[in-house]
Write a protein that binds this ligand. Structure first.
Ligand code: HPA
Ligand code: ZN
Length: 336
């Protein structure tokens, strides 16, 4: 039966990880010192790496996590900081047996605090290039827009010269939608997604993590997404599940994230078996590995321990991940 060694050897693709979510407490404190960044003094969690990790084990919701996620990234200033962050992730992912990574970053979380888009992108791009050369990992970068911010701000960033240049050059190939989900339905971003589609970009959005299954329907029908990030609440709507299975839309499920952010009480409640039985395609992902207690292989292992999947189930999952990737057919056939 599949064990950690078996899971490590599978040709894994990751489609749902936020590069800013790879910021370990160790790197956070190191960069805070280097860049003279003052961390909150009124929050005792920031005293040591240990106290911070202990706080990460007590998240109560997506918003409770996001508050730490945004404070954490305040230590990222220079291009080399972004490169170090992403390189840290690629090294972990490589030892986990990752072949291909489609990764998110949040431009607005940096531009709103005075760090330019080109600083962020040049650091991340350098790490991606190094991951390809030294680790054989191929990558696709996705700009995510922060749904708690006004849609017109998101549009403005999307249309800015440097962001548009990164789409035209192919440095960035997709857009996504993240941050607080409840009260920020997909419909708010109709214009943004219309423009991104016209520009030939791939489209994805977080939907059905904390928000209801109706957000999944509107992400598909109103935004026209090719993929759904999280999507676990799809299991509450049998008709929609049939539709998604029939059209082959990939869900990017993040099991450890769902437990740590209390979307479910335990891994057993992530609808892995339900999706397999319904023919819903999904990949297994780490989301924010430095905050949620594990990288991609830890997520695979947690799923295996909870569900006792067969070799054939794992083949189904990995095949869906490869076929649902946005890399070219040639790269896909190398991985299959
Ligand atoms: N959901 C929404 N926003 C996020 C997440 C997530 O899981 N991770 C980082 N930003
Ligand atoms: Zn996410």
């Amino acid at each position: 039966t599949p064990n950690r060694e078996f899971l490590q050897l599978l040709p894994k693709c990751e489609h749902h990880m936020h590069l800013e979510g790879a910021l370990s407490p160790t790197l956070l404190f190191k960069l805070a010192a280097q860049n003279n960044i003052t961390l909150p003094k009124d929050d005792e969690s920031f005293q040591t790496a240990e106290s911070l990790i202990a706080r990460y084990e007590r998240f109560t919701s997506l918003d409770d996590f996001l508050q730490y996620y945004y404070i954490g990234m305040s230590v990222l200033i220079h291009s080399s900081d972004f490169e170090a962050l992403a390189w840290d992730y690629f090294q972990h992912a490589s030892s986990d047996g990752l072949h291909h990574a489609e990764v998110f970053f949040d431009p607005q979380a940096h531009t709103t605090r005075g760090v330019s888009y080109s600083t962020v992108l040049s650091g991340f791009s350098a790490a991606c290039e190094r991951a390809r050369k030294e680790l054989g990992i191929t990558t696709i970068l996705t700009t995510c827009f922060l749904r708690h911010l006004p849609p017109k701000d998101c549009l403005e960033v999307f249309e800015s010269e440097e962001v548009q240049a990164s789409y035209k050059s192919g440095a960035v190939k997709a857009i996504g939608l993240d941050s607080s989900e409840l009260d920020f339905p997909p419909e708010l971003f109709t214009e943004l997604y219309g423009k991104a589609k016209k520009a030939g970009l791939r489209l994805t959005a977080h939907a059905g993590e904390e928000g209801p299954a109706t957000y999944i329907t509107s992400a598909l029908d109103v935004l026209g997404v090719d993929r759904i990030d999280h999507g676990i609440r799809l299991a509450e709507d049998a008709d929609l599940m049939k539709r998604i299975a029939a059209q082959g839309t990939l869900l990017t499920v993040c099991p450890l994230s769902n437990v740590v952010l209390r979307c479910v009480e335990k891994i057993e409640q992530v609808p892995i078996r339900t999706f397999l039985d319904a023919g819903v395609k999904f990949s297994i992902n780490s989301d924010d590995p430095a905050y949620f207690g594990g990288y991609i292989l830890d997520n695979y292992v947690a799923v295996q321990e909870a569900f006792g999947l067969s070799v054939q189930d794992w083949e189904t999952i990995c095949r869906a991940g490869i076929e649902g990737s946005w890399c070219g057919e040639e790269r896909k056939s190398e991985m299959l």
